[in-house]
Write a protein that binds this ligand. Structure first.
Ligand code: NAP
Length: 311
């Protein structure tokens, strides 16, 4: 009898594994959302991951609205993209640009109006812009925490909320946010950054549930280290620029590979994507399944580092 039951359980497990495998294959085979002619808005498009996203979505035939604070840098990106597509058989569009500072949330409504004027609609909003932070909590002024939250959290949510009504009216749209592995686990000497990305994860998880019934998708993307100037542009505890390209960031993933993964996530309307190696993924599981060990490891890391180093 026991052997029979054991066989039944095994069959059930095998059948469940088979169903799961089939589901994963079907998800992979699902035709991707078309990006040709789609209106894609990218914040922080002047450098790093945002610039690479601009490149891959432009090549896919999207109509781009590139956002940033520096008009000259954005114009340079537009010229590079236009030069790339000269002579190509594929139809591409010259990107539009909208200049605004995400940290100045009072200007975001005006920016959203300007964005909507470009093509009359937004199909995909990629909230990519962000700044990082390096510092010891004991030496960090509260204004620095606020500034990082303004750029990484309040700015993106203000822009999202300003563009949402037009998506809801059309019952169509996709909101993407570039968070970080540090939106899932917090590592020492990154308090402001990790806090802003945790807040981002929470907000967009709530948003996904709330707007699903309107036919709008929400994707949270959490990359590990990417080879960009994020650490160079990071702020320190006194608000000054960190100005150093950290070892881990320098050895991070190629931003063009990450941009391709963002494109794939948009096509598949994925809900939550972690783009990191096995160690950060293990740390994310450890934080949930064995928090005591995770906290011990983080304390030991903090003791060893004593001062900020990498992202
Ligand atoms: N690099 C990594 O290791 C890594 C890892 C995980 C997640 N991420 C995330 O990836 C995203 C892109 O960062 P990146 O690595 O590409 O760094 P980056 O090269 O420093 O790019 C940051 C972009 O954000 C824009 N930006 C910063 N503050 C802004 C503000 N107040 N208003 C408007 N735009 C602002 C910058 O534009 P301007 O300065 O030209 O205005 C720039 O285009 C960020 O959200 C970051 O948190 C990066």
């Amino acid at each position: 009898m026991e052997r029979l039951m054991g066989g039944g359980v095994l069959q059930l497990l095998l059948a469940s594994a088979g169903v799961l495998l089939l589901y994963r294959i079907l998800v992979r085979l699902r035709p991707g959302a078309p990006l040709k002619d789609a209106v894609v808005v990218i914040t922080g498009a002047s450098s790093g991951l945002g610039k690479e996203c601009a490149r891959v979505f432009h090549a896919a035939g999207a109509r781009l609205v590139l956002c940033g604070r520096d008009a000259a840098r954005l114009e340079k990106v537009v010229q590079e993209l236009t030069a790339c597509s000269t002579g190509s058989q594929k139809q591409t569009y010259t990107p539009s640009t909208v200049i605004f500072d995400l940290a100045d949330t009072d200007t975001v409504d005006r920016a959203a109006e300007e964005i909507l004027k470009c093509y009359g609609q937004v199909d995909v909003l990629i909230n990519n812009a962000g700044i990082s932070y390096r510092g010891n909590i004991l030496d960090t002024h509260i204004s620095v925490h606020r500034d990082v939250m303004e750029t990484n959290y309040f700015g993106p949510i203000a822009l999202t909320q300003a563009l949402l009504p037009s998506m809801i009216r059309r019952r169509s749209g996709h909101i993407v946010v570039i968070s970080s592995v540090q939106g899932k686990i917090a590592i020492p000497y990154r308090s402001s950054y990790a806090a802003s990305k945790h807040a981002t994860q929470a907000y967009f998880d709530c948003l996904r549930a709330e707007i699903d019934r309107h036919g709008i998708a929400v994707t949270v993307i959490s990359p590990g280290y990417i080879r960009t100037n994020l650490s160079v542009n990071a702020v320190t505890g006194d608000g000054s620029k960190y100005g150093v390209l950290d070892k881990n960031t320098a050895m991070g993933r190629d931003p063009s590979d990450v941009a391709q993964a963002v494109l794939k996530a948009v096509r598949q309307r994925s809900k939550d994507v972690v783009l990191a190696g096995p160690l950060p993924c293990l740390a994310i599981y450890l934080r949930t399944l064995w928090p005591a060990l995770f906290f011990k490891l983080m304390s030991s890391r903090a003791r060893k580092e004593q001062k900020p180093k990498d992202e």
